[in-house]
Ligand binder design. Structure first.
Ligand code: APR
Length: 238
Protein backbone atom coordinates (compact mmCIF):
# COMPACT_ATOMS: atom_id res chain seq x y z
CA UNK A 1 0.00 0.00 0.00
CA UNK A 2 1.47 3.40 -1.01
CA UNK A 3 2.33 5.34 2.13
CA UNK A 4 0.71 8.77 2.17
CA UNK A 5 2.67 11.98 2.22
CA UNK A 6 2.69 13.65 5.58
CA UNK A 7 2.50 17.28 6.70
CA UNK A 8 3.68 17.96 10.25
CA UNK A 9 2.92 21.32 11.90
CA UNK A 10 4.89 22.27 15.00
CA UNK A 11 4.60 25.08 17.51
CA UNK A 12 6.41 26.38 20.57
CA UNK A 13 5.39 23.40 22.70
CA UNK A 14 7.88 21.12 20.90
CA UNK A 15 10.78 23.34 22.05
CA UNK A 16 9.56 23.85 25.62
CA UNK A 17 11.50 20.88 27.00
CA UNK A 18 14.62 22.22 25.27
CA UNK A 19 14.35 25.26 27.53
CA UNK A 20 12.60 27.75 25.21
CA UNK A 21 9.48 29.57 26.38
CA UNK A 22 6.15 29.08 24.70
CA UNK A 23 3.93 32.11 24.13
CA UNK A 24 0.57 31.56 25.80
CA UNK A 25 1.33 29.20 28.67
CA UNK A 26 1.09 30.86 32.10
CA UNK A 27 4.85 31.55 32.09
CA UNK A 28 4.88 32.19 28.35
CA UNK A 29 6.51 35.12 26.54
CA UNK A 30 3.23 37.02 26.12
CA UNK A 31 2.74 36.94 29.90
CA UNK A 32 6.00 38.93 30.19
CA UNK A 33 5.87 41.37 27.25
CA UNK A 34 3.00 42.85 25.23
CA UNK A 35 2.69 41.76 21.60
CA UNK A 36 1.96 45.40 20.70
CA UNK A 37 5.36 46.46 22.05
CA UNK A 38 7.60 43.90 20.32
CA UNK A 39 5.88 41.82 17.62
CA UNK A 40 4.14 44.18 15.17
CA UNK A 41 5.48 46.39 12.33
CA UNK A 42 4.04 49.36 14.23
CA UNK A 43 6.07 48.46 17.34
CA UNK A 44 9.25 48.36 15.21
CA UNK A 45 8.40 51.71 13.64
CA UNK A 46 7.74 53.22 17.07
CA UNK A 47 10.66 51.77 19.07
CA UNK A 48 13.16 49.67 17.05
CA UNK A 49 15.64 49.61 19.94
CA UNK A 50 13.10 47.86 22.17
CA UNK A 51 12.24 45.36 19.46
CA UNK A 52 15.92 44.60 18.82
CA UNK A 53 16.47 44.13 22.56
CA UNK A 54 13.60 41.60 22.67
CA UNK A 55 14.93 39.52 19.77
CA UNK A 56 18.57 39.86 20.83
CA UNK A 57 17.59 38.38 24.21
CA UNK A 58 15.80 35.48 22.46
CA UNK A 59 18.89 34.91 20.27
CA UNK A 60 21.08 34.74 23.37
CA UNK A 61 18.61 32.25 24.87
CA UNK A 62 18.70 30.08 21.73
CA UNK A 63 22.50 30.12 21.63
CA UNK A 64 22.71 28.96 25.25
CA UNK A 65 24.61 25.64 25.12
CA UNK A 66 21.92 24.02 27.30
CA UNK A 67 19.35 24.60 24.56
CA UNK A 68 19.52 21.56 22.32
CA UNK A 69 17.09 19.62 20.10
CA UNK A 70 15.07 17.12 22.16
CA UNK A 71 13.69 13.64 21.51
CA UNK A 72 10.62 15.07 19.74
CA UNK A 73 12.74 17.09 17.29
CA UNK A 74 14.92 14.03 16.66
CA UNK A 75 11.92 11.74 16.11
CA UNK A 76 10.61 14.05 13.37
CA UNK A 77 14.00 14.11 11.66
CA UNK A 78 14.01 10.30 11.74
CA UNK A 79 10.46 10.22 10.30
CA UNK A 80 11.62 12.42 7.39
CA UNK A 81 14.58 10.12 6.73
CA UNK A 82 12.77 6.77 7.02
CA UNK A 83 9.19 7.43 5.78
CA UNK A 84 8.80 6.11 2.20
CA UNK A 85 6.54 9.06 1.22
CA UNK A 86 7.23 12.81 1.48
CA UNK A 87 7.28 14.42 4.93
CA UNK A 88 7.03 18.22 4.98
CA UNK A 89 7.70 19.86 8.34
CA UNK A 90 5.99 23.23 8.68
CA UNK A 91 7.07 25.03 11.84
CA UNK A 92 5.73 28.17 13.42
CA UNK A 93 8.90 28.24 15.51
CA UNK A 94 11.70 30.67 14.70
CA UNK A 95 14.34 28.62 16.56
CA UNK A 96 16.72 26.33 14.63
CA UNK A 97 16.21 23.16 16.69
CA UNK A 98 14.55 21.21 13.85
CA UNK A 99 17.54 21.85 11.59
CA UNK A 100 19.95 20.94 14.38
CA UNK A 101 18.04 17.67 14.84
CA UNK A 102 18.52 16.89 11.13
CA UNK A 103 15.23 17.94 9.54
CA UNK A 104 15.71 19.23 6.00
CA UNK A 105 12.32 19.33 4.25
CA UNK A 106 11.30 22.24 6.44
CA UNK A 107 9.36 25.49 6.15
CA UNK A 108 9.72 28.27 8.76
CA UNK A 109 6.38 29.93 8.10
CA UNK A 110 7.00 32.60 10.79
CA UNK A 111 10.63 33.24 9.88
CA UNK A 112 13.97 32.51 11.57
CA UNK A 113 15.39 34.15 14.70
CA UNK A 114 19.03 33.82 13.61
CA UNK A 115 18.41 35.71 10.35
CA UNK A 116 17.96 39.42 9.70
CA UNK A 117 16.33 41.09 6.76
CA UNK A 118 17.27 44.46 5.26
CA UNK A 119 14.12 46.50 4.67
CA UNK A 120 16.05 48.58 2.12
CA UNK A 121 17.40 45.89 -0.25
CA UNK A 122 15.65 42.77 1.06
CA UNK A 123 18.88 40.86 1.68
CA UNK A 124 18.81 38.13 4.32
CA UNK A 125 21.78 37.79 6.62
CA UNK A 126 22.47 34.87 8.93
CA UNK A 127 23.80 35.28 12.40
CA UNK A 128 25.01 38.86 12.61
CA UNK A 129 25.12 38.54 16.42
CA UNK A 130 23.45 41.36 18.35
CA UNK A 131 21.34 43.52 16.02
CA UNK A 132 21.19 47.28 16.62
CA UNK A 133 19.80 50.34 14.84
CA UNK A 134 23.41 51.27 13.96
CA UNK A 135 24.29 48.00 12.23
CA UNK A 136 24.65 48.20 8.43
CA UNK A 137 23.35 45.69 5.91
CA UNK A 138 26.24 43.58 4.56
CA UNK A 139 24.78 43.84 1.02
CA UNK A 140 23.64 47.45 0.48
CA UNK A 141 25.63 48.92 3.42
CA UNK A 142 22.57 50.91 4.52
CA UNK A 143 22.67 51.39 8.31
CA UNK A 144 19.66 51.02 10.59
CA UNK A 145 17.48 49.17 8.07
CA UNK A 146 17.87 45.68 9.51
CA UNK A 147 14.92 43.91 11.11
CA UNK A 148 14.53 40.37 12.51
CA UNK A 149 13.56 37.91 9.74
CA UNK A 150 10.40 36.99 11.62
CA UNK A 151 6.72 37.34 10.69
CA UNK A 152 4.98 39.82 12.97
CA UNK A 153 1.28 40.00 13.73
CA UNK A 154 -0.51 41.50 10.75
CA UNK A 155 2.11 40.22 8.29
CA UNK A 156 1.77 37.35 5.77
CA UNK A 157 3.47 34.10 6.77
CA UNK A 158 6.13 32.71 4.43
CA UNK A 159 5.85 30.02 1.72
CA UNK A 160 2.07 29.72 2.02
CA UNK A 161 1.68 28.38 -1.56
CA UNK A 162 4.07 25.51 -0.82
CA UNK A 163 2.27 24.77 2.44
CA UNK A 164 -1.23 24.71 0.91
CA UNK A 165 0.00 22.56 -1.96
CA UNK A 166 1.37 20.01 0.50
CA UNK A 167 -1.83 20.09 2.59
CA UNK A 168 -3.90 19.50 -0.55
CA UNK A 169 -1.95 16.34 -1.35
CA UNK A 170 -1.18 14.84 2.06
CA UNK A 171 -2.85 11.77 3.58
CA UNK A 172 -1.76 12.45 7.15
CA UNK A 173 -1.63 15.78 9.03
CA UNK A 174 0.06 15.83 12.43
CA UNK A 175 -0.07 18.93 14.67
CA UNK A 176 2.43 19.10 17.55
CA UNK A 177 2.88 21.59 20.42
CA UNK A 178 0.63 24.38 19.20
CA UNK A 179 -2.35 25.99 20.94
CA UNK A 180 -4.29 26.62 17.74
CA UNK A 181 -4.74 30.31 18.47
CA UNK A 182 -2.96 31.79 15.47
CA UNK A 183 -4.17 31.65 11.86
CA UNK A 184 -3.49 30.60 9.16
CA UNK A 185 -1.66 27.70 10.93
CA UNK A 186 -4.65 26.98 13.19
CA UNK A 187 -6.78 26.42 10.08
CA UNK A 188 -4.54 23.84 8.39
CA UNK A 189 -6.37 20.90 9.97
CA UNK A 190 -9.59 22.08 8.31
CA UNK A 191 -7.81 21.88 4.92
CA UNK A 192 -7.21 18.14 5.44
CA UNK A 193 -9.91 16.87 7.81
CA UNK A 194 -12.83 16.58 5.44
CA UNK A 195 -10.97 15.13 2.45
CA UNK A 196 -11.66 11.40 2.01
CA UNK A 197 -8.83 9.01 2.93
CA UNK A 198 -6.99 11.45 5.18
CA UNK A 199 -6.13 11.34 8.88
CA UNK A 200 -5.57 14.20 11.31
CA UNK A 201 -3.66 13.83 14.59
CA UNK A 202 -3.02 16.23 17.49
CA UNK A 203 -0.01 15.62 19.79
CA UNK A 204 0.06 18.23 22.55
CA UNK A 205 0.40 18.72 26.29
CA UNK A 206 -3.32 19.59 26.49
CA UNK A 207 -6.23 19.99 24.06
CA UNK A 208 -5.68 22.94 21.68
CA UNK A 209 -8.36 25.40 20.58
CA UNK A 210 -9.07 23.17 17.56
CA UNK A 211 -8.80 19.82 19.35
CA UNK A 212 -12.28 18.56 18.44
CA UNK A 213 -11.53 18.81 14.71
CA UNK A 214 -8.78 16.19 14.97
CA UNK A 215 -9.75 12.52 14.54
CA UNK A 216 -6.93 11.29 16.78
CA UNK A 217 -5.45 13.02 19.85
CA UNK A 218 -2.69 12.14 22.27
CA UNK A 219 -1.73 14.31 25.20
CA UNK A 220 1.50 14.52 27.16
CA UNK A 221 4.98 16.05 26.95
CA UNK A 222 6.28 16.15 23.35
CA UNK A 223 9.47 14.28 24.27
CA UNK A 224 7.30 11.30 25.29
CA UNK A 225 4.34 11.25 22.89
CA UNK A 226 6.10 12.26 19.65
CA UNK A 227 8.80 9.51 19.64
CA UNK A 228 6.11 6.95 20.59
CA UNK A 229 3.78 8.06 17.80
CA UNK A 230 6.57 8.21 15.21
CA UNK A 231 7.95 4.77 16.06
CA UNK A 232 4.45 3.26 15.77
CA UNK A 233 3.96 5.05 12.45
CA UNK A 234 7.27 3.73 11.10
CA UNK A 235 6.43 0.24 12.40
CA UNK A 236 3.24 0.43 10.33
CA UNK A 237 1.22 0.12 13.52
CA UNK A 238 -0.71 3.27 12.69
N1 APR B 1 4.95 19.19 25.05
C1 APR B 1 3.90 19.35 24.17
N2 APR B 1 3.13 20.48 24.11
C2 APR B 1 3.43 21.46 24.97
C3 APR B 1 4.49 21.38 25.91
C4 APR B 1 5.26 20.17 25.92
N3 APR B 1 6.27 20.00 26.78
N4 APR B 1 4.52 22.54 26.64
C5 APR B 1 3.52 23.31 26.17
N5 APR B 1 2.85 22.66 25.18
C6 APR B 1 1.72 23.15 24.39
C7 APR B 1 0.76 24.03 25.17
O1 APR B 1 -0.23 23.25 25.80
C8 APR B 1 0.17 24.91 24.06
O2 APR B 1 -0.98 24.28 23.50
O3 APR B 1 2.24 23.96 23.36
C9 APR B 1 1.28 24.94 22.99
C10 APR B 1 2.01 26.28 22.89
O4 APR B 1 1.08 27.23 22.44
P1 APR B 1 1.53 28.75 22.18
O5 APR B 1 2.32 29.23 23.30
O6 APR B 1 0.29 29.48 21.81
O7 APR B 1 2.52 28.65 20.92
P2 APR B 1 2.18 28.46 19.38
O8 APR B 1 0.91 27.72 19.19
O9 APR B 1 3.38 27.92 18.73
O10 APR B 1 1.98 30.00 18.93
C11 APR B 1 1.69 30.25 17.57
O11 APR B 1 1.80 32.61 17.97
O12 APR B 1 2.85 34.14 19.24
C12 APR B 1 2.73 33.69 17.95
O13 APR B 1 4.24 33.70 16.14
C13 APR B 1 4.05 33.16 17.40
O14 APR B 1 4.49 31.11 16.21
C14 APR B 1 3.80 31.65 17.29
C15 APR B 1 2.31 31.56 17.15
Amino acid sequence: MARPSIVVLTGAGISKESGLDTFRDKDGLWSKVRIEDVATPEAFERDPVRVHDFYNARRRGLRNSNVQPNAAHRALAELEQRWPGEVLLVTQNIDDLHERAGSRNLVHMHGELLKTRCVHCGALDADLGEISVELACTSCREAGRLRPHVVWFGEMPLEMDRIYEALAGCGLFISIGTSGNVYPAAGFVQEVRYRPGTRTVELNLEPSEGATVFEERHYGPATEIVPTYVSQLLAGAR
